[in-house]
Design a protein around this ligand. Structure first.
Ligand code: ZN
Ligand code: ZN
Length: 239
């Protein structure tokens, strides 16, 4: 498997030359995870998988219109006939794809996608602050986790709905690294929040150091970043 990161910018005003596009992760030039920009359709993906219907992951929610490609998401969207509900798991073109529910928003459902092919395993999380423990056994021996970096500070930004007590928001990068280091040795960060943009060089160093402290390789994505799974160590030694 080979990935290409199409966008690394979170839902923010800030932008920088290599961090200007919203979320999109292309796998082997065939499968696209998240569709944060219309231009990503120019990659001609065979199928698109959306983590959640926020506009920085699904550009079409702002102005719904037909897309011309099969799109799977946790929910349908009026005005976009190609969007169907992802069935939970799917085999397609030699890939097995499993949706794992994540905690992120009160208004939209969200999932992470676990993709496996040829014995290599990729987890792409979208935005999140937690994955329920019952799903953790599914996350063993992952070669690469691609996750979000909206907030550098521990705790991120998690709020609670006053009426229901249900939490929503984003974990901090330290929390995500501590969660995923149990399942992988390689974490690729994308979806950068405002904190990243002031001094991107320092931000990259901070993230690499955080990885070292946690015994994992933290990679800092950028728009156009590519990685071949053949260049990763086999994820056999992590439970
Ligand atoms: Zn987002
Ligand atoms: Zn979101």
């Amino acid at each position: 498997m080979r990935i290409k990161v199409l966008g690394t910018r979170g839902e923010i005003e800030e932008s920088a030359p290599r961090h200007s596009r919203h979320s999109g992760l292309l796998l082997d030039g065939r499968l696209l995870f998240d569709l944060g920009e219309r231009e990503f359709l120019g990659e001609k993906p065979e199928r698109v998988f959306i983590t959640h219907l926020h506009p920085d992951h699904a550009f079409f929610v702002i102005k719904p219109a037909p897309l011309g490609v099969p799109v799977f998401a946790p929910e349908t969207r009026a005005g976009v006939p190609e969007v169907t509900v992802f069935p939970g798991e799917m085999s397609y073109g030699g890939y097995s794809i499993l949706a794992i529910p994540t905690h992120h928003s009160l208004k939209v459902k969200s999932v992470a996608y676990l993709v496996e092919k040829g014995g290599r395993r990729l987890l792409y999380t979208g935005d999140m602050f937690w994955i329920n423990k019952e799903y953790h056994p599914l996350l063993r021996r992952i070669d690469l986790v691609v996750t979000e970096a909206s907030f550098l500070r521990r705790g991120g930004m998690i709020r609670r709905d006053r009426a229901t007590g249900v939490a929503f928001g984003h974990a901090g990068v330290p929390n995500l690294v501590e969660l995923f280091r149990r399942f992988t040795t390689d974490i690729l960060l994308i979806h950068f929040g405002s904190w990243f943009y002031g001094d991107a060089r320092t931000s990259r160093r901070t993230l690499a150091a955080l990885g070292r402290q946690n015994g994992v390789n933290v990679r800092v994505g950028y728009d156009g970043y590519e990685l071949d799974f053949g260049d990763l160590r086999k994820a056999s030694h992590k439970s």
